[in-house]
Design a protein. Sequence first.
Lengths: 177, 130
Amino acid sequence: MSLPRGNYDPRRVCVNPFPNLSLDKHKRAIGVYVAGALFALASWQFWDAAILSRHTPDPEVHVTFVDWVPGICSVLGFIIVNLIDKDRIKGEDSFSGEGGAVWRARLFLFIGFAFMAGGLAGSIALHVLKYYLQEFPEQFLYYGYANMSQNVCFMLSAVILWLAQSSSSEYEYNLTL
Amino acid sequence: MAAGLKTVILLSFVLAVGFLLIILSCALWANWLPLLVALTFVLAPLPNALFGRFNADDFSAEYEGSGPADVGRFLTSMIVVTGFALPIVLAHSEVIRPAACVMSIIGGGLVYGTILAYTAAFRQDESDFD
């Protein structure tokens, strides 16, 4: 146990500290652009499957409301994760005296990521149960693949947006010092 | 000034070609759905232009980290990807022909590129006067 005890904070969750990337402001803008592009790409992948399902003559299986549920969970998680103030997660309590705000922020972060992971797992389960195990032809397996890549893209978009914005808060912190 | 005039004429020519491609992609097959692409690409710079004011009014010019500017960038990028994805989705479900899809994507790219280039040129001229 040769951990550096000097900057040890007993309220910290992880042994490894929160990743701080120091990107400049142009990389922040590029990160936000990439996140938005991934978000739209994810939505269009799923809508492509839904529109294709509507326009296919005599289909064996339709895209129904069940297929929409993982995407809705992922979007909810995306919104929750991005509504959290990034400075509170790190626990640098320059403004919160009792530490209750940090605890609540971490709880909501957990709920948000649980929604996103639940959406991803749900899309995989949906693909396996509804499409893969039913021995449909390759044409219908595409609906399941589109659903999975939709949720992966939502998660990537949230991660990139988080990294881009948290790097900028560090930048602002350095400026105000 | 003459170079600026040439730029404007060239850009308007490119814009006309872009709209020509989009309208041809609609009219050749009498299916007017690809016209949505033109609307999408015209709307694309709007969020950035609106939310960019939050940055411009800030007195510290080098600090570029406000939330509203990020919302504008996110929405702009979403609309641009929508403009490219819409014809592909329509062609995939065989609502429009693949040729119409390619033509409307090229036309939309020309229209959006014109808007971007015009904004960049205009900004350069403005900074020259400062």
